[in-house]
Design a protein around this ligand. Structure first.
Ligand code: UD1
Ligand code: CA
Length: 459
């Protein structure tokens, strides 16, 4: 049977108290809607459409190409959202429609597939996904009939005391027969506390028409928790982190303390890598096998090879070869490429530069817009002066170059292979291969000077 998915994401999210549309709020570095779209894609649908309204342009811009969109101009409730959204499937005759909310990021594709499978088997007009919560406050309650199937769903604010005592809640996820849904949403009334068209009323409509309304109660209530405020947003983030941590640990990664480690769901980490506490791994970061990361590491969209040591340091959009040793307190900025076996030590910043195999930058150095060869030693306090206030220029350093301490390399310069640069030099011109460059004042020793100086100041 054809499967169409409608994601409701037009609501304002008043309880977020934010100028940002609710579904764009992030949990573990991604907007919550992205998790819903990923789960929807995992179901293998024939068409996915997202109903947008509040902040529509922002939401569309953030998810362009990921789903189609329908605009719900005025937000008159979940039933109204579906009524408008169904226009996206106007050409489709039959099939099932899976309705998801953009604010339930913990849903798994497997669970949605199971819902669809059960719906297909039961031949119900609608199957609603439910869960039993110890604290059902705020959710719609599922009122079941004598036959065990749902009779209707009543919202918290419309519920009687007796109904409020029901702990089985509506997850906001449903599977509908397309034909039934089209007809049912045209019949919705706004006779409720909010004066809205409630999608939940389709359950009672099915029953009134003598059709079956089924329920699929999931055991993992966590999966259906919706996000309405920032407390729930943080709680969902915790679940997403825990899921990622568990998947990594099962795949052979050691997390010393998963609770103090944040790893993007999109990150990849190889086996036998150890992640120490207070490490933050963002974006599509890829870490190889046998690495030792942290404590206090921050990696964003960075690629690390195998056997890398990276501690108390930050990297963004950098690439680090096998066996490199980074930190503590190093900063690798975008377009940094370290070949294998490079050492970048304390208080070293590298930007838009390629550092050759086995080269060492042990301490207190800034390398920007440079290409450095293999086997070099760039001693303490070396600085590439790559910016004149208007333009950035590139420098090139060959292989096996020894740059002494406290050297300024005023770009653009070309230091050829096997050059030695004397400590304290300010290099403004290129240096031919195999030479020693000294660019500093020659030292003068004035013997007996101290005694004369002190005598001058004596009274
Ligand atoms: C809804 C359900 C409730 C269920 C809960 C699960 C109704 C009436 N209630 O309540 O039974 O327990 O979800 O989380 O359906 N939306 C639109 N357009 C609108 C209104 C809402 O697109 O006009 C979207 C929202 O962006 C959101 C979703 O629909 O993604 C749910 O809306 P929300 O206002 O959060 O409904 P709840 O009060 O949580
Ligand atoms: Ca909600």
């Amino acid at each position: 049977m054809k499967k169409y998915i409608l994601i409701l994401a037009a609501g304002k999210g008043t309880r977020m108290k934010s100028s940002l549309p609710k579904v764009l709020h992030e949990a573990v570095y991604h907007p919550i809607l992205s998790y819903v779209i990923a789960a929807a894609k995992g179901v293998g649908a024939d068409d996915i459409c997202t109903v947008v309204g509040h902040g529509a342009e922002e939401v569309k811009a953030a998810f362009a190409g990921e789903t189609s969109f329908i605009l719900q101009r005025e937000q008159k409730g979940t039933g109204h959202a579906v009524r408008e959204g169904l226009a996206a499937f106007a050409d489709h005759r039959e099939g099932m429609v899976l309705v998801l909310c953009g604010d339930t990021p913990l849903l798994r594709a497997e669970t949605l597939k199971e819902l669809c499978a059960r719906h297909e088997q039961s031949e119900a007009a609608v199957t609603v996904m439910t869960a039993s919560l110890s604290d059902p406050f705020g959710y719609g309650r599922v009122i079941r009939g004598a036959d065990g199937d749902p009779l209707r769903i009543v919202e918290q604010r419309d519920a009687s005391e007796e109904e409020k005592a029901v702990t089985e809640i509506n997850s906001g996820v449903y599977c509908f027969d397309l034909g039934f849904l089209r007809d049912a949403v045209s019949k919705l009334q706004n006779d409720n506390d909010q004066g809205e068209l409630y999608l939940t009323d389709t359950i009672a409509i099915a029953r009134a028409e003598g059709r079956r309304a089924a329920a699929y109660r999931v055991a993992d209530f966590e999966e259906v928790s919706g996000i309405n405020d920032r407390v729930q947003l943080a709680a969902a983030g915790k679940v997403i982190r825990r899921r990622k941590a568990e998947a990594l640990m099962r795949a052979g990664v050691t997390l010393i303390d998963p609770d103090s480690t944040i790893i993007d769901p999109l990150a990849e980490i190889g086996a036998d890598t150890v992640i120490e506490p207070f490490t933050v791994i963002k974006g599509r970061t890829v870490i190889g096998a046998d690495c030792h990361i942290g404590p206090n590491a921050e990696l964003t969209d960075t690629v690390l090879g195998d056997g890398v040591r990276f501690w108390r340091s930050a990297a963004a959009e950098a690439s680090v070869g096998d066996g490199c040793n980074i930190g503590p307190f190093a900063y690798l900025r975008p377009k940094t490429e370290l070949k294998n076996g490079v050492k970048v030590g304390d208080f070293v910043e590298v930007k838009n530069s390629v550092i050759g195999e086995g080269t060492k930058l042990p301490h207190l150095t800034y390398i920007g817009d440079s290409d450095i060869g293999a086997g070099c030693n760039i001693a303490c306090g070396t600085i590439t002066c790559n910016y004149d206030g208007f333009d950035k220029t590139r420098s090139k350093i060959g292989d096996r170059v020894f740059v002494g301490c406290n050297v300024n390399l005023v770009s653009p310069v070309h230091i050829e292979d096997d050059v030695y640069i004397a400590a304290g030099s300010t290099i403004t011109e290129s240096v031919p291969g195999g030479s020693l460059a000294i660019a500093r004042e020659r030292q003068i020793n004035k013997e007996g000077w101290a005694e004369k100086f002190r005598a001058l100041h004596k009274k």
